[in-house]
Each structure stands twice: as structure tokens, then as C-alpha cells.
Design a binder for this molecule. Structure first.
Ligand SMILES: [Zn+2]
Ligand SMILES: [Zn+2]
Length: 362
């Protein structure tokens, strides 16, 4: 059997930007989307956030990239068609798709609304869908997904600044909830002030925590406090500051994806404090056991969130006016944005204005 071309696999024409090889350079790409199945929701993509994992994926830095690769898993838009058995959505609704578009629906994780931990979870792009075709992400004009994996965006939320909540937002919201760091009056540290970190500050503040940003760069202090609403700021390289803060925190959300020492962070925790990793350094981190034993401390991890919790996070954000700080760009700026993202030169998330700037020049 000869494999079909991406534009002939499915009945619906689609257009996006794809990486063709590990240079990671994105360029216009014609492909196709499946017809709207009975439980599917199809939508016109209006905005798509750029996640750090997109950068890794286009360059095959995790070794599993399938080309052509259309990235994007912070996708929002307006519903254009729903299948006959779709119950929750109708044409015209504002919706989003995050990091996943499928799961088994029967394992322990799925039955507990934790599709994100399902062994058969299907990622929004660069994964094999049930029909054997490769999934394509949101750097494209249209999207289709099973309604189970569609999130409703409340009308009062701006779509551009909401897109990053679908990955960056849920990635920090879920551990704050699961590890019990969502109680008013707790002291929560946030390590790293990027796409994830700035969302962690906003969610933790809205949950009633006292929030301290921990960063290597002192020049982020003013911004952390004045722009994002953090209560205090610690320069992790400043021994004196770190010493004063010893044993003061109930939990820390660590968003750093570079190799870094955990010992100074564990020292900041009270007894029973929790250090939660949501970044993914390429090499193992050193785990200082003694610092865990003294004070019964915990190091944990967390990866996005289930669909129920993702909707809950969006609704919480709507209620508390939480948005991502974004720089909206046009589609043809995407390669420059990738380079800037690599240098952390963005406050705090690039969002592509797909609806107004993606064009198919046929
Ligand atoms: Zn992401
Ligand atoms: Zn499952």
C-alpha cells in the first residue's frame, strides 16, 4: 500500500505551517483534516499559543518527531460544525484544544478524569490517531477533535490571552490543586518566571497564597511584583536572601527545564513542604536524600491535567480574571518567534494570530 499524501488522507482541506526536518524551520503546508464525526467538534482556529515543547519538537530534540510536523497545542477558535451525537457544543461556541485529543476511556486514569496519565493518551500533534494518520496541531487554519477533548471558553475571556492556559495554565493549576497548595494563607514559591512561572504566580495568588518568585535574575523583581502580583522575590544566587527565607514555604512549583540544584529549594520548605517539578530537564537532577528526610519533605511531579480539571481551570481563570501575558504575532513571524523563545525573549507567551494572518497561497 502506498501511503497517501497528507493532503489526500482526509476529505477536508487544511492549511498550516509545518517543520519539514530537524532544522525546525516552519513553512506553509497543505494537508487535510477528517470529516466531522458524530462525536466530533470542528472549529476555525483563531489563535494558537507557542509552547516550549513546540520548539523541542520541531527540532526533534526529544528524538520522536515525525515530519512534516505541525506544532501547536494551545488552540482556540470558534465552532463551525458539530457531529450528530455532540451534546455539549454548538456552532458559534468559543472552544479550545490543549495537549491531547484522545485516550482509552477505560483505564484507571481515564475513569478518574486523568486522561493526561492514560498510557494510550494521544497527543494533539506528532502522534498516531485511531485511524492511523498523524495528528497535526494548531499552527493551522482548522481543527477537529472528539468533544471529550474540547474545552469551552467563557464569553468574557479574550481568546488570544486564553490560549496559553490550555497548556501552561493547566500545567501549574493541576499541581497547585493536587498537592494541596490551593489553600488561602499558604506560602508558595514559584521557580522560573517564564510561560509556566508567570501563570503559576497568577493562579497561586488567586487561590489566596502568599507568592514568592525565585529567580536567578534580579532584574525580574520589579516585574514579578508590580506586573504579576507576587508578594516577594528571591534571587536564588544570593546566599543571604536564601538563608533568610529558609523553612518558610509550604510548597514550591519549579518550572525550570534546565539542570539545576534542588538542595537550595528544599531548604526553603517548611517541614512537610512539597517541591513540585513541572519542567523537564533533559538529564536527571540530583536528589539530596538527607534534605528530604529532615522535615519529611516531598519531591513530586505533574504533567498537564485531565479534561474535567482543564475545564475547571478555565472557569476558575474566567472567574478571577486570569489571563496569560502574551505577545500576539502573525503567522509568518513564527520562525523568528522560535528563535526569540529559545533566548527567553518573550513576556511571557507568543500567541499566533492564526485567524487574521494564516493564508493559503494556492
Ligand atoms: Zn505545551
Ligand atoms: Zn485510559
Amino acid at each position: 500500500m502506498v501511503a497517501k499524501l497528507p493532503e489526500e488522507e482526509h476529505p477536508k482541506e487544511a492549511f498550516g505551517w509545518a517543520a519539514r526536518d530537524q532544522s525546525g524551520v516552519l513553512s506553509p503546508f497543505k494537508f487535510s483534516r477528517r470529516a466531522t464525526g458524530e462525536k466530533d467538534v470542528s472549529f476555525k482556529v483563531l489563535y494558537c499559543g507557542m509552547c516550549h515543547s513546540d520548539l523541542h519538537m520541531v527540532k526533534n530534540e526529544w528524538g520522536n518527531s515525525i515530519y512534516p510536523l505541525v506544532p501547536g497545542h494551545e488552540i482556540v477558535g470558534v465552532v463551525t460544525e458539530v457531529g450528530s451525537k455532540v451534546a455539549k457544543f454548538k456552532v458559534g461556541d468559543k472552544v479550545g484544544v490543549g495537549c491531547m485529543v484522545g485516550s482509552c476511556h477505560s483505564c484507571d486514569n481515564c475513569t478518574n478524569n486523568l486522561e493526561n496519565y492514560c498510557p494510550e493518551m494521544i497527543l494533539t500533534y506528532n502522534a498516531k490517531y485511531y485511524d492511523g494518520t498523524i495528528t497535526y496541531g494548531g499552527y493551522s487554519d482548522t481543527m477537529v477533535a472528539d468533544e471529550h477533548f474540547i474545552v469551552r471558553i467563557p464569553d468574557n475571556m479574550p481568546l488570544d490571552a486564553t490560549a496559553p492556559l490550555l497548556c501552561a495554565g493547566i500545567t501549574v493549576y493541576s499541581p497547585l490543586k493536587y498537592y494541596g497548595l490551593d489553600k488561602p494563607g499558604l506560602h508558595v514559591g514559584v521557580v522560573g518566571l517564564g510561560g509556566l512561572g508567570h501563570m503559576a504566580v497568577k493562579f497561586a495568588k488567586a487561590m489566596g497564597a502568599k507568592v514568592t518568585v525565585i529567580s536567578t535574575s534580579p532584574n525580574k523583581k520589579q516585574e514579578a511584583i508590580e506586573r504579576l502580583g507576587a508578594d516577594s522575590f528571591l534571587v536564588s544566587r544570593d546566599q543571604d536572601q536564601m538563608k533568610v527565607a529558609t523553612g518558610t514555604m509550604d510548597g514550591i512549583i519549579d518550572t525550570v527545564s534546565a539542570i539545576h540544584p534542588l538542595l537550595p529549594l528544599l531548604a526553603l520548605l517548611k517541614s512537610h513542604g512539597k517541591l513540585i517539578l513541572v519542567g523537564a530537564p533533559e538529564k536527571p537532577l540530583e536528589l539530596p536524600a538527607f534534605a528530604l528526610l529532615m522535615g519529611r519533605k516531598v519531591v513530586g511531579g505533574s504533567c498537564i491535567g485531565g479534561m474535567k480539571e482543564t475545564q475547571e481551570m478555565i472557569d476558575f481563570a474566567a472567574k478571577h480574571g486570569i489571563k496569560s501575558d502574551v505577545e500576539v504575532i502573525s503567522m509568518d513571524y513564527v520562525n523568528t518567534a522560535m528563535e526569540r523563545m529559545l533566548k527567553a525573549d518573550v513576556r511571557y507567551r507568543f500567541v499566533i494570530d492564526i485567524g487574521n494572518t494564516i493564508q493559503c497561497s494556492s
